[in-house]
Design a protein around this ligand. Structure first.
Ligand SMILES: [Zn+2]
Length: 330
């Protein structure tokens, strides 16, 4: 297995290059393989979720940075580029939920009145919530896709900018009147200290060098500015119970599975003050079980569902998604 993880496939016109991955902490040991993830292009036909002695889990080996782009097109359920699909009624409810937590200067009276009821729903449903408290903020969304959240924030008086590696996403954003640029925080040469909020919602786990991203976010935030992070939770009970079948695993486009300690440590190393750490279970086990039963995978789905229930999934650290909010101190 060690041999397979160290090899790099470069032969054949259609072969994709994969490479070994080291941990962010600087430890170069092979780490502890937790489970194998079959993949046709991986050396030996499988890759591994590996846990470093520091606790951080990673995919090892993984596609090289130039190879991984091909897998985005193949990843099923990747809706970041397709545009808004909600019905007008659903979109209005979505906006109302966002308004309840964001508290923009202008919002319908009924939302104002219902906010105490809507706010907990918003916190449960949305991985990042930008609190405006009546102000228009300067918001950067890294890995914005077509700019779903930015569209909302722009309509509530914010100055927004998105960054994505997908030209398709940027093109779709333009149709919506949202500025999404193709590139990275490093390549786009944005002015330092120009943002009040940097969002990285489900983007940090995709990049080969997360520390560079946190460092870039620090540079772009004004003192007092906030960093809102959401990633799949490496401590999720369903990673333990479902392994390669965990719905948030998304190998091989996810390279990292941070837990609360490793993500907190990463942002604190860059000078951020961590304000909140939460996890949430967004992939509802019961609904997934029913869907899988309808597709004819009843036995496997029931086994997974029972393992999930047995593992008591509602502990504070066990949810599928990990969210951290941090501040660049003034
Ligand atoms: Zn490590």
């Amino acid at each position: 297995m060690a041999d397979a993880r160290e090899s790099v496939v470069t032969t054949g016109a259609d072969a994709f290059a994969w490479e070994p991955a080291s941990c962010l902490c600087g430890l170069t040991g092979p780490g502890r393989p937790l489970f194998a993830v079959p993949h046709d292009d991986a050396p030996g036909g499988r890759t591994f979720v590996v846990q470093c002695d520091c606790g951080l889990r990673r995919l090892d080996p993984r596609p090289t940075a130039t190879t991984v782009a091909r897998y985005y097109a193949e990843a099923s359920g990747y809706h970041a580029y397709t545009g808004r699909l909600r019905s007008p009624l659903k979109q209005a409810l979505w906006n109302a939920l966002r308004d309840s937590e964001a508290a923009p200067a202008v919002r319908p009276l009924w939302v104002r009145l219902a906010s105490p009821l809507l706010r907990p729903l918003a916190r449960w449903q949305f991985d990042v919530n930008v609190r405006l408290n009546g102000r228009g903020l300067r918001v950067l969304d890294v890995g914005s896709g077509f700019g779903d959240v930015l569209m909302y924030l722009q309509s509530r008086g914010c100055r927004t900018l998105g960054i994505d590696l997908s030209a398709d996403a940027a093109e779709r954003a333009r149709e919506y009147g949202i500025d999404v640029r193709v590139g990275t925080m490093q390549s786009l040469q944005l002015p330092p200290g120009d943002f009040d909020v940097v969002i990285m919602s489900h983007s940090l786990e995709h990049v080969p060098h997360p520390a560079d991203e946190i460092s870039a976010a620090w540079r772009l935030l004004a003192p007092g500015g906030r960093l809102l992070l959401a990633v799949p939770n490496g401590d999720a009970v369903r990673l333990r119970t479902d392994g390669a079948h965990w719905s948030c695993l998304m190998a091989p486009v996810h390279f990292w599975y941070f837990d609360a300690a490793s993500l907190r440590s990463l942002v604190e190393r860059h000078g951020f003050r961590v304000d909140t750490v939460r996890t949430t279970t967004r992939h509802y086990a019961l609904i997934e079980w029913l869907k899988d039963c309808r597709r004819g995978y009843g036995v496997a789905a029931t086994r997974s569902f029972l393992r999930y229930l047995a593992a008591v999934p509602f502990g504070p650290r066990d949810g599928d998604i990990l969210r951290i909010e941090a501040t660049r101190p003034s």
